[in-house]
Design a binder for this molecule. Structure first.
Ligand SMILES: NC(=O)c1ccc[n+]([C@@H]2O[C@H](COP(=O)([O-])OP(=O)(O)OC[C@H]3O[C@@H](n4cnc5c(N)ncnc54)[C@H](OP(=O)(O)O)[C@@H]3O)[C@@H](O)[C@H]2O)c1
Length: 349
């Protein structure tokens, strides 16, 4: 499909976006504003006490972010007026009927005017305790519930579900390397660069699929364009597929190479030296490593504390906490780090 046709699709359209203060929605909103200024209106749902507070959050947590750098450079002092001519922040919460919006006139207008909805609102926390009904974590369990509800209730509305793999910083647009927070694999990479992570756990054939945020947004845009006017549901899996998979050993080699050539600079201006990431290919060797490297010293510290009136108390508490965090992370990510299945199905759209 030609770029012109894609851009035309958004011309004069009203788009509702939820999760506006989040990572992916920002990349989406910025892109549409930049490439299709003739979009009619963005209704942006933001959790806040009222619309004024929603506008304030939008200003602080969205417009001021670096992702708007290109638009800011192009528009200078006119950036805010350009944006607010096209954008209406609305206070609302997706867990309530009609987003908890009490203004009936606004609700009626939204029902009437909105052409496209991007639901990007979610609780993206992995680290919740419940392991429900055989699902590895609450994140995937609630995703499955959400998708089932959508399938049941979308009636004849075109419904496209985009399931990206781990999303990382932007590849090209609006510029490369923009990310917000360290979320999935980014946390692992920065911890390695800072010298805090020495080892990782996973099957050597496990594909650590990551995708840049701008590519995900392009996929969302294509899903909207190609699936508009179809009354069915479609699911798009967005990842590297089999063409260019990144296996765990490649990640380990690449980050070692990167941080050797571009060391992380600590607070005192010193560069941090990294050595090659140790990759454990099974739980047993990892547990043996943890026992020798950390659990044994913990036992020694416990004994020393008994004899020396808790002299090493703080050190032991800290180390114990770190070991617990690591074991918890291993438990959470185990289903992914040892997942070796490949998906060969591709669909042409
Ligand atoms: N990032 C990834 O690696 C990745 C990978 C695959 C799929 N996804 C999916 O992509 C979507 C967007 O992810 P993201 O990374 O952009 O998430 P994110 O940065 O955590 O943003 C989540 C957004 O949802 C909003 N939100 C949460 N609960 C809400 C509620 N009850 N009502 C209204 N808004 C609510 C949050 O608002 P507040 O600011 O008020 O908290 C925030 O704006 C999610 O469905 C996520 O599961 C993400």
């Amino acid at each position: 499909m030609e770029l012109e046709g894609i851009l035309q699709f958004f011309e004069n359209k009203t788009i509702l976006v939820t999760g506006t203060t989040g990572f992916l929605a920002k990349v989406f909103v910025e892109k549409i504003l930049r490439v299709q200024p003739n979009v009619k209106r963005f209704s942006l749902l933001v959790r806040a006490s009222n619309n004024q507070a929603a506008t304030q959050r939008f200003r602080e947590e969205v417009i001021k972010k670096d992702i708007f750098r290109i638009l800011r450079n192009n528009l200078g002092a006119n950036l805010e007026s350009f944006i607010f001519e096209r954008v209406t922040p609305i206070s609302g919460d997706i867990s309530y009927e009609n987003f908890g919006i009490k203004d009936s006139i606004l609700i009626e207008e939204m029902w009437k005017d909105i052409d496209i909805v991007l639901n990007s609102a979610a609780t993206t926390n992995f680290d919740e305790r419940a392991k429900l009904y055989g699902w590895p974590n609450t994140y995937v369990y609630t995703k499955a519930l959400g998708e089932m509800l959508l399938e049941q209730f979308h009636q004849n509305l075109p419904l496209a579900i985009v399931r990206p793999t781990m999303v990382t910083s932007t590849y090209k647009e609006p510029f490369s390397g923009w990310i917000e927070g360290a979320r999935t694999i980014d946390g692992v990479i920065t911890a390695f660069g800072k010298g805090r992570l020495k080892s990782f756990l996973g099957h050597p054939n496990s594909i650590l699929d990551v995708i840049p945020a701008d590519m995900v947004v392009n996929s969302i845009i294509m899903a909207m364009v190609t699936h508009a006017n179809k009354s069915s549901q479609i699911i798009f899996h967005v990842g590297s597929s089999l063409r260019n998979p990144m296996k765990l050993p490649s990640l380990s080699d690449l980050i070692s190479l990167y941080f050797t050539q571009n060391p992380w600079i600590d607070r005192n201006g010193k560069s941090i030296k990294v050595s090659k990431l140790i990759v454990f290919s099974n739980i047993a060797t990892f547990q043996a490593y943890m026992a020798i490297r950390y659990k044994l010293p913990l036992k020694v510290l416990w004994l020393a504390n008994l004899m020396l009136c808790q002299y090493y108390r703080e050190i032991r508490i800290n180390l114990n906490r770190k070991v617990r965090v690591v074991m918890r992370m291993v438990d959470l990510y185990k289903p992914y780090a040892f997942f070796t299945a490949l998906m060969t199905l591709t669909q042409k759209i």
